[in-house]
Design a protein. Structure first.
Length: 241
């Protein structure tokens, strides 16, 4: 329950505006306003990949950077969840219309959508745990974690190719960029069992991380309450003496 005279939970209008501008700019950069000379799914696929890359960058790097650079909101968890609702809605606006210019099946589009949402939920849990205070160290650590989640797989693959070290397949596929690229390149083919398994594991990981963040916040609240009670009890004991 909110405390009396506490500020209300506000709709993140700035986030909606900036995310909309990001999506419009990404669409113009990747797909453009003019159709190809010979419109086909093959001619649109490079632009679709670039569009998805821009969306992933905005979700995993742009939004965390925006939220972590601001002061602590009155309700960190609720504000993060509200941000996630807004961003998930914008993801639907991007992903599902791409079926018009690709050969993706409904299940493959749903898999791409679920993959983006799963990684976004992971980033959201990291952000929610960091913005509970204004300290710079946890916020910097949270931003570093978001960067690693987004760019860790591609960087590991690139370093492996440069150094001549083979990178394991699961390491190369780690992160939203590689996962969405693999799913988007499948075209109209049926989804494999391993691909659905990766999405399931991603969802389980998101749930576990959110539970850990909730437990940590409950423990922190109990400690702060016990400290406040002990501080209030100390002066009363001095007065009685």
């Amino acid at each position: 329950m909110p405390r009396p005279n506490s500020p209300p939970l506000l709709l993140p209008r700035g986030l909606i505006f900036l995310a909309s501008i990001w999506l419009i700019g990404s669409w113009m950069l990747s797909i453009g306003l003019r159709p190809p000379v010979q419109p086909s799914s093959a001619s649109y696929m490079p632009g679709v990949r670039m569009m998805l890359l821009c969306v992933i960058t905005g979700l995993m790097i742009g939004w965390p950077l925006l939220r972590l650079s601001q002061d602590r909101p009155p309700y960190p968890i609720a504000q993060t969840l509200l941000d996630l609702v807004v961003l998930v809605g914008l993801v639907q606006v991007v992903v599902w219309p791409l079926r018009l210019v690709t050969t993706w099946t409904t299940l493959r589009t749903a898999a791409i959508d679920a993959t983006l949402i799963g990684w976004l939920l992971l980033a959201g849990a990291v952000v929610a745990g960091a913005i509970t205070s204004n300290r710079a160290r946890p916020r910097n650590a949270a931003m570093l974690v978001c960067l690693i989640m987004c760019l860790g797989g591609p960087i590991a693959t690139w370093l492996g190719s440069v150094m001549g070290i083979p990178v394991a397949g699961y390491v190369a596929q780690l992160g939203p960029i590689a996962a969405v690229h693999e799913l988007g390149s499948g075209g109209g083919a049926q989804m494999t069992t391993s691909q659905w398994l990766w999405i399931l594991l991603l969802g389980i990981a998101a749930v576990v991380v959110w539970l850990e963040v909730g437990i940590m916040l409950l423990i922190a609240k109990k400690r702060s309450r016990s400290n406040n009670n002990s501080q209030q009890a100390a002066p009363s004991a001095d007065v009685s003496e």
